[in-house]
Ligand binder design. Structure first.
Ligand code: MRU
Length: 351
């Protein structure tokens, strides 16, 4: 790989975020000095992608603790509860957000039970947030290794949205990790990237990331994938996920379900790559996954250019759910899970 893309970092000055709203034309790093700046960064999609959102939330809590000026552990606990609530309201679908908040709160409770002081707890929370980040990168490396083995030399892989280094703790990515893993294994892989309306993560981010890595990528509009599959131009589909229910139903960027149906129609394997922090065993099926709805202007406008008539009715679902029977396999850091997912995913948590 030419360079390691790491979209969010801890620093002594605050949390650093690569402003993904400006890519690919500008590479601007923001320094966020308070937890509510971090929460706004998640909500406004400075950072996006489920694992990257989780890492950012952990850093937000560590930053909130660092800035705490009180003196008692009880007051710090109240402050962390408040901060967790603010962060939890940013984006509802990506379960990594809630996973990271829970883990940081469990770390606090353990430190409190051990009688640690306020300054010791601040340090413990910072160390755990960095550990969450490091573990995420390690999970993506393993996903890349396991997933890469599923692809063959010469394959053309279609992906939707951006499930790359930008969407995670960095370096590999989930879906793009699988592609990078195959390339690392010496295979020649080319990628078809759906542009991914309305927010254009495919056009803006996936195309940029893969070009940075010299992996051949062809950008298409979302409505071209059926035609290309029918002509035999796609050997596998690989996507990421924002939340995987216990039964293997997969929430991912809006449009993923259409791609999965098309893949089934054309006998093309449909793979989902995600760390276990994206698997939510407490959500039994995809029907219970909350689906974020975003601002109407994402549909009516591109940047500041108006595309649709003033006042037209708009629906803007950010995610959809692909039923588990359309999913060929789910690749996590523990290996390759196949149907029935209720058993195979649960087993991965125990392995
Ligand atoms: O709205 P976004 O850009 O946060 O949505 C991101 C996606 O849907 C990704 O495909 C998913 O999070 C997987 S990220 C590794």
């Amino acid at each position: 790989m030419k360079l390691d893309i790491i979209p969010v970092k801890w620093s002594d000055d605050g949390v650093l975020m690569l402003d993904q709203r400006l890519l690919p034309t500008e590479e601007v790093w923001l320094t966020l000095k308070t937890y509510d700046e971090v929460a706004a960064g998640i909500k406004d999609m400075v950072v996006r992608g489920a694992p990257a959102i989780g890492v950012s939330a952990a850093y937000g809590i560590a930053l909130g603790a660092k800035n705490f000026v009180g003196t008692t552990v009880a007051d710090l606990e109240d402050e962390l509860e408040y901060i967790s609530g603010v962060l939890a309201k940013t984006r509802p679908t990506a379960v990594n957000l809630f996973w990271a908040i829970d883990r940081m709160n469990r770390t606090f409770q353990k430190a409190k039970a051990e009688g640690k002081t306020v300054s010791e707890i601040k340090e413990i929370l910072k160390v755990d947030a960095i550990a969450i980040h490091d573990e995420d990168i390690e999970s993506q490396r393993l996903i890349a290794q396991y997933g890469g083995e599923l692809l063959a030399d010469g394959d053309t892989v279609l992906t939707h949205c951006n499930a790359g280094a930008l969407a995670t703790g960095g370096v590999w990515g989930t879906a793009l990790g699988v592609i990078r893993g195959a390339v690392d294994q010496g295979k020649s892989i080319s990628v078809i990237a759906d542009e991914t309306r309305p927010y254009l993560q495919g056009a803006r981010l996936t195309a940029w990331e893969l070009m940075e890595d010299d992996i051949p990528v062809t950008l298409i509009t979302d409505n071209m994938s059926g035609h290309i599959m029918k002509k035999g131009g796609v050997h596998a589909v690989v996507v990421g996920s924002d939340r995987i229910a216990a039964n293997g139903d997969v929430a991912n960027k809006i449009g993923t379900y259409m791609v999965a149906v098309l893949a089934k129609r054309h006998g093309i394997p449909f793979y989902v790559a995600a760390p276990l922090s994206t698997v939510d065993l407490n959500t039994p099926t995809g029907d219970e996954i909350p689906i974020e709805e975003r601002d109407r202007t994402e549909v009516t406008h591109v940047k500041n250019i108006q595309l649709a008539p003033e006042g037209v009715g708009i629906t803007n679902y950010a995610f959809d759910v692909t039923p588990n029977d359309l999913v060929t396999a789910i690749i996590t850091e523990k290996g390759v899970a196949r149907a029935p997912y209720t058993e195979s995913l649960k087993a991965q948590f125990k392995s």
